[in-house]
Ligand binder design. Structure first.
Ligand SMILES: NC(=O)c1ccc[n+]([C@@H]2O[C@H](COP(=O)([O-])OP(=O)(O)OC[C@H]3O[C@@H](n4cnc5c(N)ncnc54)[C@H](OP(=O)(O)O)[C@@H]3O)[C@@H](O)[C@H]2O)c1
Length: 336
């Protein structure tokens, strides 16, 4: 695919639909409006949520035709009026594209609101950064904003070896919490290496009893990244004023024991990163940049493909074929 004058190459959709509906697009070269930067995209992540936006499972405004994808890392190509703190040539990232009417990430150049743009720490590889952004930002929101985790508290991350779960272990350990995790037995060492004190096999039929032994005073913050959302057990395990963070399993319909919940002042807090405010995203971005700069967390495997593989990438994610890996798309090479 070759871009015509005044256009950029992209991968996207003209209506909500299946992964197979993603195809190459040629979009008008974006204008850099006031309060915006133009980002020449180096790498784009493929996330579960991108498939939800594409299919309509997550309802949001889309201005068709639209490129798919929300997280992009790139180089600033132009800076609009009323923009301070960013310069042409600087590496930057955003995780706010492709929903709420904003253009999508899988395009050679994209206009980004500066309030949703963050500097990339020096020396960080753009592909590695793109892979890490979504799990790290989600983990930061889950632990800090919605879990309100405090030093010395006990946190339990179900699915501690997954992308969001493993990033959450790192954030929680950095906050000085006592970190419990569940994972497949083969992933116990991985979770311990990221800061989990106790790792339990999620296939163990006695998991709830073992968690009770590990946290006799109850668990202050519970984060289930597996989407199972067993709230009956979670409420049983909650400490007084415990927070149960729900972030996955869009089709799950758990039973909530309301009496036990309110009698221990516990709460269930759902969140989707798409609803995060600009301030919440900026706070999470500071944590993400600390994690990137210190190489505190990165995915175990990154599959690097080109924009032309966007349809394939969505299909792979939806089929559950990318266990333990993150897919990152890079733009096509420019001729000449
Ligand atoms: N709300 C938000 O803003 C937000 C943002 C990002 C992601 N998410 C959602 O978060 C979820 C996790 O995303 P991810 O990228 O971290 O996925 P992932 O890497 O597949 O992680 C899920 C983890 O759950 C584990 N698991 C499976 N069954 C389990 C069980 N019964 N008990 C405990 N753990 C179990 C899996 O272990 P195995 O590998 O051994 O199967 C895996 O490690 C997805 O549903 C995603 O859509 C939500």
């Amino acid at each position: 695919m070759t871009a015509g004058r005044g256009t950029v190459r992209a991968a996207g959709i003209e209506r909500r639909g299946a992964a197979a509906d993603i195809h190459p697009l040629e979009l008008p070269h974006p204008r850099c409006g006031p309060g915006q930067v133009l980002l020449r995209v180096s790498a784009v992540a493929v996330n579960h949520v991108d498939t939800f936006v594409r299919s309509g499972t997550y309802p949001t405004e889309l201005a068709f035709p639209v490129a798919v994808g929300r997280d992009a890392v790139g180089v600033i190509e132009a800076v609009g009026d009323r923009v301070d703190g960013f310069a042409v040539g600087q590496q930057a990232w955003t995780n706010s594209l492709g929903f709420a009417g904003r253009p999508g990430a899988t395009a050679e150049v994209v206009a980004v609101d500066v309030e949703r743009t963050y500097p990339l720490p020096a020396g960080v590889d753009p592909v590695a950064a793109a892979a890490a952004l979504h799990p790290c930002a989600t983990a930061a929101l889950a632990v800090d904003r919605h879990g309100a985790l405090e030093r010395g508290e006990t946190v339990y991350v179900a699915g501690g070896a997954g992308q969001v779960g493993s990033a959450a272990l790192v954030v929680a350990a950095a906050r000085g919490a006592r970190v419990l995790a569940s994972a497949a037995a083969a992933d116990a060492g991985y979770c311990r290496g990221l800061g989990a004190w106790t790792v339990l096999d999620y296939r163990d039929g006695e998991l709830a009893a073992r968690l009770r032994e590990a946290a006799p005073g109850g668990i202050d913050v519970q984060i289930d990244t597996s989407g199972h959302n067993d709230l009956e057990t979670a409420v049983e395990l909650a400490a007084p004023r415990g927070r149960i963070v729900v972030l996955s399993g869009p089709a799950s319909a758990p039973v909530l024991p309301a009496g036990k919940l309110y009698m221990r002042d516990a709460s269930v807090r759902g969140f989707a990163i798409s609803n995060a405010t600009v301030d919440e995203l900026a706070r999470a971005a500071r944590t993400v940049n600390t994690m990137l700069a210190g190489r505190q967390w990165e995915p175990r495997h990154v599959l690097e493909r080109s924009f032309a593989d966007a349809s394939w990438a969505h299909a792979q994610l939806e089929a559950g074929n990318v266990r333990g890996a993150r897919i990152v798309l890079v733009p096509p090479k420019t001729a000449g």
